[in-house]
Design a binder for this molecule. Structure first.
Ligand SMILES: [Zn+2]
Ligand SMILES: [Zn+2]
Length: 571
């Protein structure tokens, strides 16, 4: 994991504060440029600093290079500290709001003295924003929606942001002598896309030692409770973690109890009652006798159920399915044979096609589709027909070179225009193996227009996959207003697969929509949409989401051998 984004965010804060300070027009611009280049750097900024090569980065001169070095070696920047003292604006908090950029932050601060989300909310309550230059009711409403999304993010963190904490805490606890088991439970174990608080369960002889190590971790901001069986802390990045020490003979019961959501647990408890048993967090009992409890599987066994994967334990019919033997055999990462949506530096990706292919080959994929953006996405340097034809020739050569065992598929992520047409002509589309179509513009179109646009695009006979169908970004952007039922219907008529975009902020389609889609017989393509080599690793997050949507190997396009895949997508 590089620190590039962390460095870019420090530079961004300096840029915005300099802009508010207003002393110099050019310095903020220089910083913004450095934010972009550092943020999208293919190499590790720390390595460049070590080799004294920071000024090789476009847009990074001596001054900014010194700032980066100072930050990397000391964790702070003196100039930034001075700026923060002078201009007490919480830039990070405000710039996290969609549709709020440096210009608005400056305007809010200078005209209304707004320094953070709280003071912004107060100004909105008094309807003060609408009177500002260039603002109106519509913008104020957008900001209100944006604040809601940011606040939801404070309460529920994305799965990927919780993952490193989980790994670290388990490692610390498992390293303590006398600890027999430590496991994560709760919504994290169910692989939910966001996690409210993290639940850790420990089986140990000496709970005091475990609790001391837990509340004594480096990044604990607040100890909310410390006891012999349960402690709760809040980490510096706001995540709440609860740790429970559970007796060995009840560990499985505890794991079951703290994993299932309430509906799942209610179903299990009533099933137990029907069998003359009693189920709680300590075990499964017949009268006073404990029937099961040490192992989670033992509880399901004793209820004559197969073990139910945690992703399904949400009370959506999984207990009934388990009873009548119709639980789905959920997809696993090992079932994936290729990735059908990825970018390169030809559009807005960071790495070259060769670098992406090397990374894909190391995943032992059978095929890999290169699908850069198309021309109307100018911010992403999208390809026009000519560049796309060149790309097709290039891929023919790369396939012929024999350098990679995998088959390189020719693709594109084609933009859906305002009228639902595509921005690449049919003759060129005809030469591609995989055509994914996506919405990247006019995302606030009305439900009718958006549905019409997408359905129109799906009727083009060259289209194979609808990319990130609802456009949502977790904690950042709502879903489009779109009639998905209608989209699914048109997709089925035209043999178009739905994407499950595995980008950790997207996970789009979500679990509920996936289940609906496969119920209609639609195929799902689980794709990383990688813009850099490391992002090929995101496939696992797509697989988790698919499992939450009851998706099996057979439902997923890119689990099929290439020959079969080609047959399936044929019109
Ligand atoms: Zn896209
Ligand atoms: Zn993409």
């Amino acid at each position: 994991m590089t620190r590039n984004r962390e460095v870019a965010s420090v530079l961004k804060e300096i840029a915005i504060l300099l802009e508010i300070e207003g002393k110099d027009k050019f310095r903020p611009r220089a910083y913004y440029r450095a934010v972009r280049t550092v943020g999208s750097l293919g190499e590790d900024v720390e390595n460049l600093a070590k080799e004294d090569k920071l000024t090789d980065i476009p847009g990074v001169g001596k001054g900014i290079s010194d700032v980066i070095k100072e930050y990397l070696s000391t964790g702070a920047v003196r100039h930034l500290e001075d700026l923060r003292k002078k201009i007490p604006v919480n830039v990070k908090e405000l710039s996290a709001i969609p549709n709020v950029g440096p210009k608005k932050i400056k305007l809010f601060y200078e005209q209304l003295g707004i320094t953070d989300i709280e003071s912004l909310e107060n100004a909105i309550k008094e309807n003060k924003l609408v009177s500002l230059k260039g603002m109106g009711q519509r913008t104020q409403n957008q900001i209100i929606e944006g604040i809601k999304l940011v606040k939801r993010g404070w309460e529920r963190s994305r799965y990927i942001d919780v993952l490193p904490h989980t790994r670290r805490i388990l490692e610390i606890v498992r390293g303590i002598s006398g600890v027999r088991r430590a496991e994560v439970a709760g919504s994290f174990r169910r692989r939910r896309e966001t996690v409210g608080d993290l639940d850790i369960l420990v089986d140990a002889d000496d709970s005091r030692q475990v609790m001391d190590a837990f509340v004594g971790m480096d990044d604990v901001a607040d100890i909310m409770a410390q006891g012999s069986t349960k402690s709760s802390i809040r980490l510096q990045d706001n995540l709440q973690v609860d740790l429970r020490v559970i007796p060995k003979e009840s560990f499985g019961a505890g794991l079951q109890y703290f994993t299932g959501n309430i509906d799942h647990n209610v179903s299990l408890r009533s099933l137990a009652i029907k069998k003359g048993l009693r189920l709680n967090e300590y075990g499964l009992f017949r009268g006073e006798e404990k029937v099961a409890g040490e192992h989670e599987k033992g509880i399901y066994d004793a209820l004559s159920l197969p073990w139910i994967p945690p992703e399904l334990r949400e009370g959506r019919g999984e207990v009934e399915a388990a009873l009548n033997g119709s639980l789905p055999k959920l997809i696993t990462l090992g079932d994936i044979r290729g990735d059908l949506h990825s970018h390169t530096d030809q559009s807005d990706g960071v790495h070259s096609i060769e670098q992406m292919l090397d990374a894909a080959e190391s995943k032992r994929y059978e095929y890999y589709c290169v699908s850069d953006h198309t021309q109307s996405l100018t911010v992403a340097k999208g390809l026009d027909e000519k560049r796309l034809l060149d790309r097709i020739d290039e891929i023919d050569d790369l396939n012929a070179s024999g350098r990679w065992e995998l088959e390189i598929l020719k693709g594109a992520e084609v933009d859906i225009l305002a009228n639902g047409n595509l921005d690449i002509n049919d003759e060129v589309l005809d030469q591609l193996d995989i055509v994914t179509v996506s919405i990247h513009s006019r995302m606030k179109d009305s439900k009718e227009i958006m549905t019409e646009r997408v359905c129109n695009a799906l009727q083009n006979r060259h289209v194979h996959i609808l990319g990130h169908p609802t456009g949502r970004l977790i904690n950042r952007r709502h879903e489009f207003d779109i009639d998905l039922a209608r989209v699914f219907e048109v997709a089925r008529e035209n043999n178009v697969a739905m994407e499950l975009n595995a980008y950790p902020s997207r996970l789009d389609l979500n679990a509920g929509n996936l289940r609906t889609a496969i119920g209609l017989g639609l195929k799902i393509a689980i794709n990383t949409d990688a813009h850099r080599t490391e992002e090929l690793d995101n496939m696992i997050f797509g697989v988790y989401q698919a499992r939450r949507g009851w998706v099996t190997k057979e439902d997923v396009l890119n689990t099929y051998p290439l020959k079969e895949l080609r047959k399936i997508i044929k019109k």
